[in-house]
Design a protein around this ligand. Structure first.
Ligand code: HEC
Ligand code: HEC
Length: 374
């Protein structure tokens, strides 16, 4: 066997050592690159492009395998994962109630006539499974929780009741009845993979950047005529489906629409929803409206007449009131009109300066969400 001279051996050992070190270096640099570029990527709606399914049961999480779990857009569980037996039946019935609420609880509802004819799904698209369409991803995991609007600890059923009373301008069905229990079973099933407090992509609606001016109903009317009227109607009353029980195109204002205590009556919620979901058929990957148009059409629709709800008791802690809550009192000097239409930046700035001068670090923010819709 051939023996290397001593100095040659040293050279070989040295080269081997450097190669090991060098490859370690590469691995480190690679890891740092991956962590800065993918792990901490902000959860903006431009940050990812999930495949959007049109049906809740055709969702698949396969497309996100390469993305770190926390930043991937949430997808609903597969329908095939609904368990067999009584629980499965309950989950399916719950989903049916969300998709076709009016058949059961609308003006001609077969269980009770306690709401305006809208379906939960009209705003919680695809039975609450679509990204940036008020989906139910994080709902179940985070309740019970302290509600800013109620000022108390809200149970899951309190939150459901909010949407019945405000968005459906009606009454809550029996909280202990089969229907509500089935809706809760559905919410639990839909949100089963989400942990309390977990950040998930694509929940609620997107928050659009604030304009420097007030949102303008007159400009919004032009947007409405061009992009919305064909379905929702010149009078905003929508159009009933053939069965006359639910809406083909739901109303945007008037007697059968959400009342002025609803989440959609806040401009930020409306604009964010519409930007990523309307005209019907689009999603956050291919919006049609500019942000400005979304704000203006929100101003137009929410300046039209609709049912009123007394809401003096909402937000007992004024510091927790969202800046675009349309009714006073407020913890600042800005008018009701400015709180409804903007400009919002001065209100945000004022909120920051007062909380800072009071030594509060976590105070009023630009937009609260979560506890406020319905
Ligand atoms: C092609 C028809 C169509 C067009 C155009 C359209 N929508 Fe809709 N919109 C719908 C349908 C259908 C729903 C209900 C979706 C569901 O139930 O799955 C809906 C739901 C809504 C909702 C939530 C439910 C409600 O009635 O409050 C809002 C708000 C809304 N649309 C606003 C708009 C705005 C603003 C525009 C114009 C930028 C617009 N839509 C354009 C069909 C349309
Ligand atoms: C007119 C539109 C609209 C309709 C119709 C509607 N909702 Fe909502 N809902 C909202 C908005 C807006 C929010 C607030 C979303 C947010 O800020 O997270 C919300 C929030 C919720 C939440 C809390 C979600 C969370 O993650 O905290 C639940 C639960 C809910 N709605 C259930 C229902 C049910 C059940 C119905 C039917 C009985 C219904 N909604 C009908 C607009 C609507």
């Amino acid at each position: 066997m051939q023996q290397y001279p001593q100095h040659k051996q040293r050279v070989i050992i040295y080269t081997a050592k450097s190669m090991v070190l060098l490859s370690l270096l590469f691995v480190c640099v690679g890891l740092i690159y991956i962590s800065t570029h993918f792990m901490s990527r902000p959860l903006t709606h431009k940050g990812f492009s999930p495949p959007i399914s049109t049906l809740p049961n055709s969702n698949s999480s396969a497309g996100f395998a390469a993305l770190p779990e926390k930043t991937a857009a949430w997808t609903a569980p597969q329908e095939s994962s609904i368990p067999p037996g009584a629980l499965g039946d309950s989950i399916r019935y719950g989903r049916e109630l969300i998709a076709n609420t009016a058949k059961y609880f609308g003006p001609q509802g077969k269980i009770a006539r306690i709401s305006n004819g809208m379906n939960c799904q009209n705003c919680h698209l695809n039975a609450g499974t679509k990204p940036f369409a008020n989906n139910y991803a994080i709902f179940f995991a985070n309740y019970p929780k302290k509600g800013a609007r109620s000022g108390k600890t809200d149970q899951v059923t309190d939150r459901i009741s909010d949407c019945f009373q405000r968005s459906l301008n009606g009454k809550m069905p029996d909280k202990t009845g089969k229907e509500v229990r089935s809706m809760v079973a559905y919410f639990k099933w839909v949100g089963q993979r989400v942990q309390k407090g977990e950040k998930v992509g694509g929940t609620a609606t997107a928050k659009l950047a604030h304009l420097d001016r007030p949102a303008d109903p007159a400009k919004g009317l032009l947007v409405y005529k061009e992009h919305c009227q064909s379905c929702h109607g010149a009078d905003g009353a929508g159009q009933k489906a053939k069965d006359q029980l639910t809406y083909l195109y739901p109303p945007l204002w008037g007697t059968n629409s959400y009342n002025d205590g609803a989440g959609m009556y806040r401009l930020s919620n409306f604009a964010g929803f519409v930007k990523n979901n309307m005209p019907y058929g689009i999603d956050h990957n291919n919006p049609v409206l500019e942000d400005e148009e979304a704000w203006d059409v929100a101003a137009y629709v929410n300046s039209r007449p609709r049912p009123h709800r007394a809401q003096e008791k909402d937000y007992p802690d004024l510091a927790k009131k969202p800046i675009d809550a349309p009714y006073g009192p407020y913890p600042d000097h800005f008018s009701e009109l400015q709180h409804k239409y903007g400009p919002f930046k001065p209100i945000v700035e004022f909120g920051k300066s007062t909380t800072a001068s009071m030594g509060i670090t976590r105070g009023r923010q630009g937009d609260h969400r979560g506890q406020t819709g319905g």
